[in-house]
Design a protein around this ligand. Structure first.
Ligand code: HPA
Length: 234
């Protein structure tokens, strides 16, 4: 048991999928895992452990934003021995070629600020995905025929952004989409010698204003979970 996770030692698998929404964790565990068991419900941030094709997997909500994800990822890694952490979540599309419902595999994650910024001081650390996971996820996405983009994303620390110029610079530099968690996940994984990846679905588009319906959200969320599971164990 840690401050934010009530799981017993051994209740958490080495491979953890991390959706932002705890109810997505419940849905994915009930949909994709066998013998899924609730292992955490502290603060309603649900976590389940079960098996997928015989492999042990935990699906643990991260909450929204880097400070929340940082709490769960730190405890999963440092206290429960998690080794592979894959964020599955949504993002806003930033390029014309990126359409709503497309999948983005985040090779890098740029930030203005993250919970880890303080330790880097004058350094601009470049948070990046684990290459093996990225490659495996690209193959899994291609096999499913998902429209997929691989490249840089922007991990913002605000949803209601008062600095549109920052998004403009990201768009100008080819950034594919914006979300709020991946950069800190990649940084923590680097610090602790773990593997990390963010598999994202474009839920809305900053340029066109288009957005997924809740039905489409559910379907695309399932696609992401399967891509993440295949990548983790390939
Ligand atoms: N900003 C930040 N996070 C997001 C967005 C967005 O526009 N869309 C989905 N996640």
């Amino acid at each position: 048991m840690t401050i934010h996770i009530g799981a017993a030692p051994g209740d958490i698998a080495e491979t953890v999928l991390m959706p932002g929404d705890p109810y997505r964790a419940k849905w994915a565990a009930e949909t994709f895992l066998e013998d899924a068991r609730l292992v955490n419900e502290v603060r309603g941030m649900l976590g389940y452990t079960g098996t997928w094709n015989g492999h042990r997997v935990t699906i643990q909500g991260s909450g929204m934003g880097m400070p929340s994800l940082s709490i769960y990822a730190n405890e999963l890694i440092r206290d429960y021995g998690a080794k592979t952490l894959i964020r599955i979540g949504s993002c806003g599309g930033m390029q014309d070629k990126v359409k709503v419902r497309d999948v983005i595999l985040a090779m890098t994650a740029s930030t203005v600020n993250s919970p880890s910024s303080g330790i880097f001081r004058e350094l601009n650390f470049a948070p990046c995905a684990d290459w093996g996971l990225l490659q495996a996820a690209a193959q899994a996405a291609a096999k499913r025929g998902s429209a997929t983009h691989i490249g840089g994303i922007y991990s913002s620390d605000v949803f209601y952004d008062e600095r549109p110029d920052l998004n403009e610079q990201m768009v100008r530099h080819g950034i594919l989409g914006v979300e709020m968690e991946a950069a800190e996940l990649y940084t923590l994984a680097a610090r602790h010698g773990c593997r990390a990846l963010a598999v994202l679905t474009v839920s809305d588009h900053l340029g066109t204003g288009e957005a997924l319906s809740s039905d489409q959200r559910e379907r695309s969320f399932g696609d992401m979970a399967e891509i993440a599971l295949e990548a983790a164990f390939s």
